[in-house]
Every structure is written in structure tokens, then in C-alpha cells.
Design a protein around this ligand. Structure first.
Ligand code: SF4
Length: 149
């Protein structure tokens, strides 16, 4: 099976602060599957390192519908980059016939079910990141690293 995985979970230094979220248990996936690492925020043209970003009102659904924005911590509107990153990620999923994605929890791009609430205070709210939402809308199953604990 071909599986899309958030690149930071596989150890790529694409996180906002230039680090990663290496999750060793996910490396096991490579034994039996083809893993395609992706970082939607880099695919959307955002630099690394970068200011952290959070979805303001609602979640990825509202961003994709044009009803909300993604802002970074210094108030810049990065919505267009997030949408581009989601579209590029979906294109990669289709090119590689991926029906499953394992994405980083809580991220405004990759989070699934719960994301940061937009206040940059570490608080959470229900909803999906922009990329997770677009993948779900295209019938791709989305899990997070928490599902592998
Ligand atoms: S966009 Fe996703 S893959 Fe990229 S650093 Fe953030 S959580 Fe990781």
C-alpha cells in the first residue's frame, strides 16, 4: 500500500521551528508499505523555519470554503499557502494512488479531529487542518500518529 505521511513525523526538519516530530514507531510502516513523505506547508511555499500558524474561525473546512483564514503569529495571512499546500498534497496522493494518510495531530495543515484553536496559546478545538480536510473530502482515510500508540 502507498501511504502519505507527514514528513516531520518521519524525521524531516520541516516543522515551523526547523525541527521535526520524529515518531520512531511510524518508521515501521516502511517495512511493508511505500511511504510518501509530504509537508503541506513547504509544498505551499512557506519557508522553514517560519512563524507558527493557526486557523482562526472554524477549521480547515471553513478555510477551504473561503469563510476563515490562516494567520501566522505575527498576523500575516498565509491562507493561500495553506490551500496551495493542501492541493499539492492531494495531487501527490492521487499520483501515488494513496488511500491512507498518516498526518501530524493538532497541526493547522495536518491535524485531524482536533487542532490548535487560533489563539497561539496551546488551546485546542474540534476540527481538521486544511490538508487533512481536503484529503477527507476526496475519500482518503486520514489517521494521526496518535492512532499508532
Ligand atoms: S505541515 Fe504537516 S508535515 Fe509539515 S511540519 Fe507541519 S505538521 Fe509536519
Amino acid at each position: 500500500m502507498n501511504i502519505l505521511v507527514s514528513a516531520c513525523l518521519m524525521g524531516t526538519n520541516c516543522k515551523y521551528n526547523g525541527g521535526n516530530n520524529l515518531t520512531p514507531r511510524l518508521l515501521q510502516l516502511e517495512k511493508e508499505h511505500k511511504v510518501i513523505p509530504v509537508c503541506p506547508e513547504e509544498l505551499g511555499g512557506l519557508p522553514t523555519p517560519r512563524e507558527p500558524c493557526e486557523i482562526q474561525k472554524g477549521s480547515g473546512k471553513e478555510v477551504l470554503e473561503g469563510k476563515s483564514k490562516v494567520l501566522n503569529r505575527i498576523g500575516e495571512d498565509v491562507t493561500a499557502g495553506f490551500i496551495k499546500g493542501a492541493e499539492e498534497t492531494l495531487a501527490l496522493a492521487k499520483q501515488n494512488s494513496c488511500s491512507l494518510a498518516v498526518l501530524k495531530s493538532r497541526s493547522p495543515s495536518c491535524g485531524c479531529g482536533i487542532i490548535y484553536d487560533g489563539t497561539f496559546s496551546g488551546k485546542l478545538k474540534e476540527g481538521n487542518g486544511v490538508t487533512a480536510q481536503l484529503l477527507l473530502d476526496n475519500e482518503i482515510v486520514v489517521m494521526t500518529e496518535k492512532d499508532f500508540e
